[in-house]
Design a protein around this ligand. Structure first.
Ligand SMILES: Nc1nc2c(ncn2[C@@H]2O[C@H](COP(=O)(O)OP(=O)(O)OP(=O)(O)O)[C@@H](O)[C@H]2O)c(=O)[nH]1
Length: 331
């Protein structure tokens, strides 16, 4: 089995792949630099406007605090979350008696980090393989792409992976996942388009157990929480996995598109209630100036972001870390 590294050349480059980083052309970036690159657009608007307020702050008073509020809203942090941040900032600024703009910035960073850390929890892994992961979410958020990227990420950690193409609804989803499986050099279990996704998942669970595979990732069709037949289908998949693998699905990742902002959040809120989501994968962070949505996810969904999608290529998925995120957003 050949898998050089996440940054290595792959056998069958797709158009997006051909531009991929190679060790020869570009130095490997660390997590911090990759996150920083991904949130460039958010940083440009958020950090620069915050910095100009901070630079003008001679003393920390109600006026300087209030001038931060529209900047938080502009980054799509959301009104409810912004209100929480502002209230906490006021109290902490008062309590600690800070004076300078630089201290205010540090306080803001601490406040933002605290919000993210408040919902973080260690991922529970099963004691015996396979670990079953369901990828769920509304249409077009990046489920299939993220399933492929996750396979590559786990392979680079020397885990064995099996993919299950349980998106039997969208015409090209199965073929798309097959391409990702080839890129990551992992096997795939599929059924025909229009087939029963639970049947595909059943076969995949049996195969993962027989092969002692570490991780089984199932890509599911995009759906809205309002489509009750599709939500029932998701339930059936859960029950199928549970019958075959104790505790499965161990993770249910809701794939959210960062560019959809507060609309996406509203959909996600209703989705998490119905689908027993355990964590968020936030895609397309690279394509938005509204990366502040990460904070709204924490306060409103009470769920941690586990991974962030930072581009279309196979290596463009990074484990989400609150310190890295806040530090790359607010230098
Ligand atoms: N820039 C960027 N594009 C992404 C990212 N993740 C996914 N995409 C793109 O988003 C588009 C939709 O991705 P898919 O994986 O097909 O979405 P899906 O959720 O499986 O779609 P449905 O099955 O229709 O629900 C594709 O063009 C992907 O390349 C990301 O992190 N950054």
């Amino acid at each position: 089995m050949v898998f050089s590294s996440l940054f290595g050349k792959r056998d069958k480059p797709e158009p997006a792949e051909s531009e991929s980083l190679t060790p020869e052309s570009t130095p490997k970036l660390g997590l911090f630099d990759r996150m920083k690159q991904a949130v460039t657009r958010t940083r440009e608007t958020f950090s620069e406007s915050i910095s100009s307020v901070i630079a003008l702050t001679r003393e920390v008073d109600e006026a300087s605090l209030t001038s931060l509020e529209p900047l938080l809203l502009a980054a799509d942090i959301g009104s409810a979350t912004t209100a929480i941040i502002m209230e906490n900032l006021r109290q902490r600024a008062l309590r600690t008696g800070i004076q300078s703009g630089a201290e205010l910035k540090q306080l803001l960073k601490q406040e933002l980090k605290q919000i993210l850390d408040g919902v973080a929890h260690p991922i529970q892994h099963p004691s015996t393989p396979p670990e079953v992961i369901l990828m769920v979410g509304v249409n077009g958020t990046g489920k299939t792409t993220t399933t492929g990227k996750l396979a590559a990420l786990f392979r680079s950690q020397n885990k064995t992976v099996l993919l299950c193409a349980a998106d039997t609804f969208r015409a090209a989803a199965i073929e798309q996942l097959e391409v990702w499986a080839q890129r990551s050099d992992v096997p795939i279990i599929k059924t025909k388009q229009g087939g029963d996704p639970s049947a595909a998942l059943y076969d995949a669970c049996i195969a993962a157990k027989a092969r002692n595979t570490d991780i089984l990732i199932a890509d599911t069709a995009g759906r809205l929480h309002t489509k009750s037949d599709l939500m029932k289908e998701l339930d059936k998949m859960r029950r199928t996995a549970e019958k075959l693998v104790p505790g499965a699905p161990h993770q249910t990742f809701l794939v959210m598109d960062a560019t959809t902002g507060q609309n996406g959040l509203q959909q996600a809120r209703l989705f998490t209630e119905a689908a027993r989501v355990t964590g968020i994968v936030l895609t397309k962070l690279d394509g938005t100036a509204k990366g502040g949505i990460v904070l709204a996810i924490a306060t409103e969904l009470k769920l941690p972001v586990i991974y962030a999608g930072v581009g279309e290529k196979i290596e463009d998925l990074i484990p989400f870390d609150s310190t890295t995120f806040i530090d790359s957003l607010l230098e």
